[in-house]
Design a protein around this ligand. Structure first.
Ligand code: PNW
Length: 483
């Protein structure tokens, strides 16, 4: 085993912070922006903790200069943010009007980032589908329409920003759009088989259709980028997948050990196997049968080989216990339980404010290695990593700002990443911490904070850096090789 003391990161390693449009921008009705499915979802009572929405959020639409100042103060080299599709094309579709004001907003922002010496990394889709497309034809469920509209939006974006942006992420975490949006219903558009939660949805089929359609749309956008822009713009493009590490609940039980791989396959390989190997994982085919859409050759040709880099979002680890018996129809995990404690009642990591998140840094190193082995040591960009802090929202300000728990998280996780680079040959080249500032944490509203900067929602969205804001630069300063 290595340690943070002896491991390093390459001299050209890029680090910075990440955010997403709906979580920070606010200004949802301004300058011609149309509603997204999240604007609509937030209006349904009971869907968001505290009843919040992204209506104002961090007000970043009006505070881009403050955000850039924060990035500079942290010493960040890069900033990953997402574009609001419905700010650029209010209704979203390929025959709908383009909103020049939306394009101008992002153009100015990208120019300002460059002027501050910060490299933009731009996500095209971080869950905020134009609401009209959902109403018009069922949004992500409709392959023909969705792929054509996404391709049109992607081409417009590449054309407008391509000379200034060299790092593109097509989709953020398609697992979340598919499973949380169409199985549990906890995310927009809230489809689920559970009729106490929604009158629409079939959690046994829709997630697999949506995941498939996102892959095809990703592949279509990559083809457009490579055919029409890459030669002159010289940039790169990939998809960002989320997935946490898996440890067996009972390491003595081969079924639990086997279930760990299956868990990662259902979370990550669902998307990564088609991209790197041109097929769905065997474990998923076996469990889902023809509920997993079949690949037609034209679609697969778009998807197979479509990553210039692997975008990795990673937060924590789980213990995995195999279920016995037949999988339930609505099972999305691979017929297993995700647990926070092992057989002996030992927790995988400390408790945070997010029920699903318990830090376990060594799992990061292990997953980096697992992915590298399975996908042929691709170039990896960590596009999100970070933590909430238990009770942070209720702390007195002084205590909240002294977020030693988050500082330790970053030390441990970035150290584990350096170990993976130095000792395991993992080709990791960039890291974006989640998040630059507290923001709208989806169904968890504003009660859960992930920022290295405190945002005071009661006082004009005032930003105050926490202890962790400075710490990340110091950690990288120690680890990145000097030339
Ligand atoms: C990611 N889960 O979401 C997103 O990309 C961010 O927008 C988000 O704010 C961040 O992580 C922190 O949550 C996730 O339930 C949300 O397993 C939920 C899960 C995973 C990722």
């Amino acid at each position: 085993m290595g340690s943070i003391e002896q491991s390093t990161l390459p001299a050209d390693f890029v680090w910075g912070f990440a955010t997403a449009a709906y979580q920070i921008e606010g200004a949802v009705n301004e300058d011609g922006r149309g509603p997204s499915i999240w604007d609509t979802f937030c209006k349904i009572p009971g869907k968001i903790a505290g009843g919040g929405s992204g209506e104002i959020a961090c007000d970043s639409y009006h505070r881009t200069h403050e955000d850039i100042a924060l990035l500079k103060a942290c010493g960040a080299k890069a900033y990953r943010f997402s574009l609001s599709w419905s700010r650029i094309i209010a209704l979203g579709g390929r025959n709908d009007p383009v909103n020049e004001k939306g394009l101008q907003f992002y153009l100015r922002f990208i120019d300002d980032l460059h002027a501050a010496g910060i490299t933009p990394m731009v996500t095209l889709f971080h869950w905020d589908l134009p609401d009209e497309l959902n109403k018009r034809y069922g949004g992500l469920l409709n392959k023909e329409e969705f792929v054509a509209d996404f391709a049109n939006y992607a081409r417009l974006v590449f054309k407008t920003f391509g000379s200034k942006v060299k790092h593109w992420v097509t989709f953020n975490e398609p697992w979340c759009s598919s499973v949380l949006g169409y199985n549990t219903g906890s995310f927009a558009p809230g489809h689920t088989s559970d009729r106490t939660k929604s009158s629409v949805g079939d959690g046994s089929t829709e997630p697999w259709i949506v995941g498939h359609n996102i892959l095809v749309a990703h592949g279509a956008a990559v083809k457009i980028y490579r055919d029409e822009f890459k030669t002159q713009d010289g940039g790169e493009i990939g998809i960002t997948l989320n997935g946490d590490w898996a440890e067996p609940w009972d390491p003595e039980n081969p079924a639990d050990v086997e279930a760990c791989d299956r868990k990662i396959e259902f979370a990550i390989s669902w998307f990564a196997d088609p991209i790197y190997h041109g097929r769905y994982p065997e474990s998923m085919i076996k469990q889902l049968g023809d509920r997993l859409p079949a690949w037609i050759p034209e679609d697969l040709a778009l998807v197979h080989g479509s990553n210039d880099f692997y975008g990795m979002n990673h937060y924590c680890a789980n213990y995995i216990r195999a279920k016995t018996g037949q999988p339930e129809l609505n099972d999305i995990a691979g017929n297993l339980e995700l647990l926070l404690e092992d057989k002996n009642g030992v927790s995988i990591g400390p408790i945070t404010q997010s029920p699903w998140l318990r830090p376990c840094a060594v799992g990061f190193r292990k997953l980096l290695k697992w992915l590298s082995e399975r996908y042929g040591y691709p170039k990896i960009y960590v596009t999100e990593n970070g933590t909430s802090v238990l009770g942070e929202n209720d702390m007195p300000l002084e205590q909240l700002l002294d977020d030693e728990f988050r500082v330790q998280y970053f030390k441990d996780y970035i150290g584990a990443m350096a170990d993976a680079f130095t000792l395991d040959g993992v080709n990791v080249r960039a890291y974006m911490a989640w998040s630059l500032m507290d923001n709208f944490e989806w169904a968890e509203g504003y009660e859960t904070r992930f920022g290295v900067t405190y945002v005071d929602y009661d006082h004009d969205q005032k930003r105050i850096p926490k202890k962790s804001a400075k710490s990340i630069g110091q950690i990288f300063e120690r680890l990145i090789q000097k030339v």
